[in-house]
Design a protein around this ligand. Structure first.
Ligand code: BGC
Length: 440
């Protein structure tokens, strides 16, 4: 694989790192911003979820702007937004200002959540596309881990500790902005804009000179005589089924419960009387497991395919969640099995649905509609994410842990059946071959 392609993917994946960091950093600031801004419990809930509203808007923005101005320029804009959000939220003296800064960060997360994986998919050679797009998931996971760590390190820096925690994000934002100058625009986007010579130059560097002309030709074919796309085009008979697959997989990635653990692990441990296990240990165990098994997915995804990984992963997640449910029903939540099931669940997610959803979502749609199709799928992901994060504490309290985790286990089973029957395998083929295949 060419070093150049790896460089491009690493730069784009910095967008994923900021996505992970920004969604996770808030957890460490909660105990300090709540008294500072005088927030009630409900007010805190809104403040924390303000980011998600920004995300939803950001995904739509990226869908449109990514087509008009190019993937690279819009990612640069996201880097600036991340920077402004970091400095703004860190220096906020009023709640309104703080919320505004967090929503701007959310916009950036939304943009990065689709443009980073999409941009990598559009630049990567078919054989390695799964691994390279999964690099973005690896970066998300690292971003989450870095946020937890830096929060931990900064917690004792006095009354401005939460400001420092939020300010940290300015550094990777600057890095993303400047490193984007090193990478080219997506060849697929260049062709869509009629800049075929520029596209060829990029393809020579990413795919090698022997394949580049043929590839350019294939891309031109898929974009020939096509007018500028609209969201309505996603409802065309050949595209609609792909749109459904994208939306359903994205929603399943969230409603199988990953963020109940990622966002609420300390609460789960505290609820079952294990609050003395230090937050750091839990973070290392959960973050470390997530990281290691994302690497496993990266090694396997182009060999075994996306579908097999999701099938194995969903089965494993289901078993782990059923195990958690039994622990709650039988009052054995203080046993070591709690940790085993939680870590097992994270491992199966990280090796399957975690990266595979982003890979498939970036591969499903034809060149002309990729940006818009992916944005609709990923908006559904963010809405599902918001619903699950708001519902989970209520479910735990009203339904008990046993029923809550049983419900998540059944959702994994549904996901498994859905993937077995409806999700196509996308490994190994170029985006243009996939496009032809789906159009038949
Ligand atoms: C999901 C996030 C999740 C993260 C955890 C991502 O693929 O979309 O919601 O927090 O994985 O690793």
């Amino acid at each position: 694989m060419k070093g150049y392609v790896i460089l491009i993917s690493v730069v784009a994946a910095l967008g994923g790192l900021l996505f992970g960091f920004d969604t996770a950093v808030i957890s460490g600031t909660i105990n300090f911003i709540q008294p500072y801004f005088g927030l009630s419990e409900a007010g805190l809930g809104w403040t924390v979820s303000s980011l998600l509203f920004g995300c939803i808007a950001g995904v739509f923005l990226a869908g449109k702007a990514g087509d008009r101005y190019g993937r690279k320029k819009v990612l640069m804009m996201a880097a600036l937004l991340f920077f402004i959000s970091a400095v703004g939220s860190a220096s906020a003296h009023s709640l309104i200002f703080f919320l505004f800064a967090r929503i701007l960060g959310g916009l950036a997360v939304g943009v990065a959540s689709i443009l980073s994986p999409m941009y990598i998919a559009e630049l990567a050679p078919a054989r390695y596309r799964g691994t390279l797009v999964s690099l973005n998931q690896l970066a998300i996971v690292v971003g989450i881990l870095v946020a937890f760590f830096s929060n931990y390190l900064l917690v004792n820096t006095g009354e401005n500790n939460w400001r420092w925690m939020l300010l940290v994000m300015a550094a990777p934002a600057i890095l993303l902005y400047f490193s984007l100058f090193l990478v080219p625009e997506s060849p697929r986007w260049l062709v869509a804009r009629g800049r075929n010579k520029d596209a060829l130059r990029v393809l020579v560097k990413t795919s090698g000179s022997e394949f580049s002309s043929a590839q350019l030709h294939e891309i031109e074919e898929t974009l020939r005589n096509q007018e500028e796309s609209t969201y309505r085009d996603l409802l065309a008979p050949k595209i609609k089924p792909l749109l459904f697959i994208g939306i359903i997989l994205a929603v399943f990635q969230q409603i199988t419960g990953i963020n109940t653990i990622m966002y609420y692990a300390p609460k789960i441990f505290a609820n079952v009387g294990q609050s003395n296990a230090s937050a750091l240990v839990q973070t290392i165990l959960i973050g470390g497991t997530n990281l290691i098994f994302t690497l496993v997915a990266m090694a396997l995804i182009d060999r075994f395919g996306r579908k097999l990984l999701i099938i194995i992963g969903s089965t494993g997640m289901m078993i782990m969640l059923a195990g958690l449910s039994v622990l709650y029903f039988t009052n054995q939540t203080s046993s070591i099995w709690l940790l085993v099931f939680i870590l097992g669940y994270i491992a199966f997610f990280a090796a399957s649905l975690g990266p595979a959803l982003w890979v498939v979502a970036a591969e499903l749609f034809p060149n002309r509609l990729r940006s818009k199709g992916m944005s609709v799928a990923i908006v559904s992901l963010w809405i599902a994410c918001a619903v699950v994060s708001i519902a989970f504490p209520i479910m735990l309290e009203k339904l008990s842990g046993g029923i809550t985790f049983l419900i998540f286990a059944l959702i994994c089973l549904t996901n498994l059946l859905y993937v077995l029957n409806f999700v196509p395998e996308t490994k190994g083929k170029t985006l243009e071959e996939l496009e032809k295949h789906f159009a038949e």
